[in-house]
Design a protein around this ligand. Structure first.
Ligand code: NDP
Length: 399
């Protein structure tokens, strides 16, 4: 059917590349391009020989000219951005210049402020519309599948959704006292920021980790979870009509939190550059360099993840509750693609998002969040490509 250019060769990209190769009718060809070409070549070596033709390239995705040259050379149908959120705008600029569709899994972040806001990317709406190309924002799990779940619940289960609680539980154990399951810099920026939730059209801000709940997760059991700000709250608050409140909770173990507090207290999580031996360094980037590479956690991580959404609203005038979730096993993911479940649950929907654009199932010029498209083909693809979803009409509610 066509060709995708995948930018980035980290944990998430590795899963997406495996999944594109499992879906070679759609992904006849892929080019993997990243800062460190050796990582792209290593992925190619693992997967070469199947039906999908794989090429690799070196690219600095902070540089629009380099990206434009690469896209013009490769002529992909879609660019799948699996680098870091800092590169979103340069890659979108290059897509505009070359009139190529764009997909990512995380919203743009300026290097110097942890914001988790869509305003920079939403500012491209008119330009993408005029260029006749589509940008699909946030096609990971959260954001990503959580938005698809919301659109699906609205389409099939409710006349009106009033409350959404997104619950992200990782009950995996990697055996290290402290490590992050995806890019440490992005992960720590996310969890050390203030929390917030959306209520009656306004943001309610909380201190980091101020709101804690215990939840009994299906197939996992009781875990502590904490309210965080998360980027999909912003788009869902606008795109789901009738919504009164959306919250996001993520589970953390005590060891993770104790280490994080200590690192924070000594200044290691700061994103303010400091001078060190005559060089400017960002403490958080230095910390990333000493922590285990998330890609190396795969073989050691055991246990499951459970990520999903609890919806409360009305159907035919009656109050109704509905829970949609996916349970994923770290070791099964590792056996299948050599990665743990956090990369897996992001890489699979990233491939599916690219597939939706390549097959023309989702096709409207402009910049869109994932819940703005028909959820049905995406929900079918989740079942087909390793992230089957489950539903419950009688879930425990979060108070
Ligand atoms: P990694 O750090 O493992 O991989 C990032 C990759 O991007 C690396 O290969 C890195 O290259 C490459 N890269 C970084 N900067 C540049 C640049 N300037 N030019 C070219 N390549 C670059 O991250 P993950 O795979 O864990 O995460 C990837 C993305 O997925 C992130 O944006 C993250 O926020 C997002 N994510 C989304 C989730 C969701 O559910 N929506 C969940 C988890 C992650 P190098 O190897 O040289 O460092």
């Amino acid at each position: 059917m066509g060709k995708a250019l995948i930018i980035g060769a980290g944990g998430v990209a590795s899963v997406a590349v495996h999944k594109c190769c499992q879906n070679s009718d759609v992904f006849e060809e892929i080019c993997i391009a990243s800062r460190t070409k050796a990582k792209c070549d290593a992925l190619k070596e693992k997967l070469d020989g199947g039906k999908t033709k794989i090429t690799t390239a070196q690219v600095d995705a902070d540089n629009v000219e380099e990206l434009v040259a690469l896209i013009n050379k490769e002529r992909p149908d879609v660019v799948l951005n699996l680098a870091l959120p800092y590169q979103d705008l340069t890659i979108m600029d290059a897509c505009l210049e070359t009139k190529t569709n764009y997909v990512d899994t995380a919203n743009y972040e300026p290097l110097d402020t942890a914001k988790f806001e869509y305003k920079w990317q939403w500012a491209y709406r008119e330009k993408f519309e005029k260029a006749g190309i589509t940008a699909l924002l946030g096609s990971g799990f959260d954001p990503g599948v959580t938005g698809v779940f919301s659109a699906y619940a609205l389409k099939h289960e409710f006349d009106e959704i009033n409350y959404i609680d997104i619950l992200d539980c990782n009950a995996g154990d990697h055996g290290y006292p402290f490590a992050t399951n995806f890019n440490p810099e992005i992960n720590i920026r996310e969890v050390s920021a203030n929390g917030s939730y959306w209520e009656d059209g306004y943001w309610v801000e909380t201190k980091p980790m101020e709101i804690k709940r215990v939840y009994d997760f299906p197939e996992i059991g009781e875990k502590d979870m904490y309210l965080l700000h998360h980027e999909e709250l912003e788009s869902l608050g606008i795109n789901i009509p009738g919504i009164k409140r959306i919250r996001f909770f993520m589970t953390f173990g005590q060891s993770y939190l104790t280490h994080l507090k200590c690192l924070e207290n000594v200044g290691m999580t700061s994103i303010e550059p400091i001078e060190f031996e005559g060089k400017q360094i960002v403490p958080l980037q230095f910390l990333k360099a000493v922590l285990p590479d998330p890609a190396s956690l795969g073989p050691r991580t055991v246990g499951k993840t459970n990520i999903g959404c609890i919806f409360q609203g009305k159907k035919d005038g009656k109050e109704k509750t509905y829970y949609l979730y996916n349970v994923c096993d770290h070791q099964e993911c590792y056996k299948e693609v050599g990665s743990q479940a956090v990369s897996y649950t992001t890489g699979v929907p990233a491939m599916i998002g690219a597939m939706m654009l390549m097959t023309g199932k989702w096709n409207k010029p402009g910049v869109y969040n994932i819940e703005e498209f028909d959820p049905d083909p995406f929900m079918d693809a989740l079942n087909a490509f390793g992230l089957p979803w489950k539903e419950s009409y009688t879930p425990d509610l979060v108070d």
